[in-house]
Design a protein around this ligand. Structure first.
Ligand code: DAH
Length: 339
């Protein structure tokens, strides 16, 4: 009996010492101390031990059990410590590593340019209004003094929905819609999408954006137009920006002009951006044609006004020195995230 216990003890201690994880340790515990465990079996055999030897043998069994339990605890603790240490090692955080970059959204260059234009004109007391993209031929052409046989009405340029309805080719019809309401004076800008049946290339797109401007009041003169647009150019491109007005023709304004600004890159010396001229064209403008005023119910003897039309993409392309308009529509995230 004594030897048997000794053997159980030695074997158990060795197995415990050699076990390398907690599951195995538990298995060993069950196989020795469990209901059918080796030591339990020995205890069952106590009834066969002579009565006088029982206390001694009992003592021996208890010692063996205590030794095994002690060893179990010891190894269990060592293993638990080791596991914790390994876990800590695996989870170690290197605070010197560069942080992961969060993907935040970016405003589209068109949006940035539009917000800038709106900020400038709102600062001058203008209201921002909108008109429909699907527009009556009347508003898009007729009421703007563009008669039925005008070349701009050619099917090459205009998307027709039917005889009377088009996709607006310009934001100018919003002028008419606002004037017709009859609330004077008017000081408004109308940003929006316009459509023309153009082929896509670096400078053309069948859909782009304009910002229309209109001021109607008593005693509005060409000086007001020049002063307003010169101030706008300074705010958009910098204090030292100069402007130049070239005579032009638009059916709905008389006189009409195109406005150039001194190239903000070379300051007028001439560079690639301004194609060597030192000037960059940025908008069309003019005094509202008396016929346009009259058709919208405004008396041209009493009221005068000026109007202008800005290509939004043009401003965005210039401001960010982007040389292909298509980039603005493809919406490649690698492009957009630069702004
Ligand atoms: N609607 C013109 C265009 O699409 C731009 C324009 C020019 C608008 C002169 C105006 C203006 O209001 O006065 O080409």
């Amino acid at each position: 009996m004594k030897e048997k216990l000794q053997k159980i003890r030695e074997e158990a201690l060795e197995r415990i010492q050699n076990s390398d994880n907690l599951d195995k340790l538990n298995e060993i515990k069950v196989s020795i101390l469990g209901k059918k465990g080796a030591l339990t079996e020995v205890l069952k055999g106590m009834k066969d031990v002579a009565a006088e030897d029982r206390p001694k043998v009992g003592q021996l069994v208890n010692d063996t059990r205590a030794a095994i339990e002690e060893k179990l605890e010891e190894v269990k603790k060592t293993l638990a410590d080791k596991m914790r240490e390994e876990k800590m090692k695996a989870e170690v955080i290197d605070v010197t590593l560069p942080a992961k970059k969060n993907n935040v959204g970016h405003r589209h260059p068109n949006t940035i340019a539009l917000e800038e234009l709106e900020r400038i004109f709102i600062g001058m007391g203008y209201e921002v209004v909108e008109g429909p993209e699907v527009e009556y031929d009347y508003y898009n052409f007729e009421a703007l003094n563009i008669p039925a046989n005008h070349p701009a009405k050619d099917e090459q340029d205009t998307f027709y929905i039917n005889d009377k309805i088009v996709l607006r080719t310009q934001t100018s019809p919003v002028q008419v819609r606002v004037m017709e309401k009859g609330k004077l004076p008017i000081r408004m800008i109308a940003p929006g999408r316009v459509f023309r049946s153009d082929e896509v290339d670096a400078t053309h797109s069948p859909s782009f954006h304009q910002v229309e401007g209109l001021v109607i009041d008593k005693n509005i003169t060409f000086s007001d137009l020049k002063g307003t647009l010169a101030q706008f150019a300074k705010e958009l491109f910098g204090e030292d920006t100069k402007v130049k007005f070239r005579p032009h023709h638009f059916p709905f304004t008389e006189p009409s002009a195109e406005m150039d600004v001194t190239c903000f890159k070379c300051k007028g010396k001439g560079c690639r951006m301004c194609k060597g001229s030192g000037w960059i064209e940025i908008l069309g403008c003019g005094m509202v044609h008396p016929r346009v005023l009259r058709m919208s119910g405004i008396d041209p003897e009493e009221y005068t006004g000026f109007a202008f039309g800005i290509g939004l993409e043009r401003i965005a392309l210039l401001k960010y020195e982007i040389d292909d308009m298509r980039l603005l529509y493809e919406n490649d995230v690698r492009f957009l995230k630069q702004f």
